[in-house]
Write a protein that binds this ligand. Structure first.
Ligand SMILES: Cc1ncc(C[n+]2csc(CCOP(=O)(O)OP(=O)(O)O)c2C)c(N)n1
Length: 353
């Protein structure tokens, strides 16, 4: 088991492929060429769609947007380990995981445009809407997993959250419950080194975040989050463990947010250009492309980029074609059945302030 081989208490980190190439071939997970290309295409789509979202925000077409540049492997690797029917919960910076799960890009753009229809996902996708209150998705994920356990369903629930989320009560409450009731959860803590401008070192005195799992009584593993293979391998093991009824796992993805916290932030105020450049050299996308080309799985990355740019233009056009939100939407999308006091507040045509 990888969780036995890599001890977070000793600071050991799982890495299959770094920026130089393969570190340890014996750790390479089994993935078909078809899966590899799908993963690469999703990574390219995420990178370009994320850049586009920042541009759209600058043009006044989106509200605030949290860029995910640099975290693509950290998100897509774990999502690749899920099966249809498994649940995925996210915060707000996980575009890659959602695209892998089949959420249309146009829906994600709609969400950032402030349209409630941007939280309506295809039936059966088993993805919950974005939650901005930090860590609030963790108890939800544990609740969903506990329910599936009680119903004896073989479903796994994966939740992403950031390093900042580990300082919230919900993190402790959720993981404590998960440990006691052995819920089928996979917790993916994306340690991108920052909670807005607060550095990881100011978040917790624990040398690693993965080791926090020890106190909850289940395995934790520290993983190179810019390595798609390591992220997939750790998540696959965790998903299999959860599906077999052996309980949860905490994965700390050691990565870096290359861009701003959101489009309202300016990273230059709290970190140096040199630091960012150091991490740019560890880029998960160029690492993966280099490997795929060396293995002869990828020949023309330019062609994929062109194709994905077209997908993005179509998604923007589709999102922009949806009528602008009205004030009524706030009322209509909150409950399956609107309670009387909300009906009163909304007024017959949604006109009451
Ligand atoms: C309960 C709560 N407190 C504060 C905020 C303001 N806030 C938004 S994002 C963020 C930082 C979150 O950091 P982290 O969990 O590491 O995720 P990241 O943004 O790095 O993806 C904060 C403090 C919030 N949304 N919710």
């Amino acid at each position: 088991m990888l969780t036995d081989e890599f001890d977070p208490l000793k600071g050991e980190m799982l890495c299959v492929m770094d920026e130089e190439g393969i570190v340890d071939r014996s750790l390479m997970p089994k993935l078909s060429n078809e899966m590899l290309i799908k993963a690469y295409r999703t990574m390219v789509l995420t990178r370009l769609a994320d850049d586009k979202a920042v541009k759209l925000q600058r043009q006044g077409k989106l509200g605030a947007y949290p860029p995910s540049r640099g975290q693509e492997a950290s998100q897509i690797g774990p999502a690749m380990a899920l099966k249809e029917g498994d649940w995925l919960l996210w915060a707000f910076r996980e575009m890659g995981g959602l695209l892998w799960k089949g959420i249309p890009l146009s829906t994600l753009y709609l969400f950032w445009m402030g349209n409630e229809l941007g939280s309506v996902y295809p039936e059966g996708s088993n993805v919950t809407p974005s939650v901005v209150p930090v860590a609030s998705q963790i108890p939800h994920a544990v609740g969903i997993a506990y329910a599936s356990k009680l119903r004896k369903e073989k479903i796994v629930t994966l939740a992403y959250f950031g390093d900042g989320a580990t300082s919230e009560g919900e993190f402790h409450e959720g993981l404590n419950f998960a440990g006691v009731f052995k819920t089928p959860n996979v917790f993916v803590c994306q340690n991108n080194q920052f909670a807005i401008s607060t550095r990881r070192e100011r978040q917790s005195a624990s040398p690693t975040l993965a080791q926090k799992a020890v106190s909850y009584g289940f395995p934790g593993i520290l993983v190179d989050g810019n390595d798609i293979f390591a992220m997939f391998a750790a998540a696959k093991e965790a998903v299999d463990r959860a599906r077999k009824g052996k309980g949860p796992t905490l994965i700390e993805s050691y990565t870096y947010r290359m861009g701003d916290h959101t489009t309202s932030d300016d990273w230059r105020k709290y970190r140096t250009k040199e630091e960012v450049e150091t991490w740019q050299r560890k880029d998960p996308l160029s690492r993966f492309a280099k490997y795929l080309k060396a293995e002869g799985v990828l020949s023309d990355e330019g062609e994929i980029e062109k194709e994905m740019s077209k997908v993005i233009e179509e998604a923007v056009a589709a999102a922009e074609a949806v009528p602008a939100p009205t004030r009524k939407d706030v009322f209509e999308h909150t409950y399956a059945e609107m309670p009387p006091y909300l009906k009163w507040q909304m007024g017959p045509g949604g006109e009451r302030q």
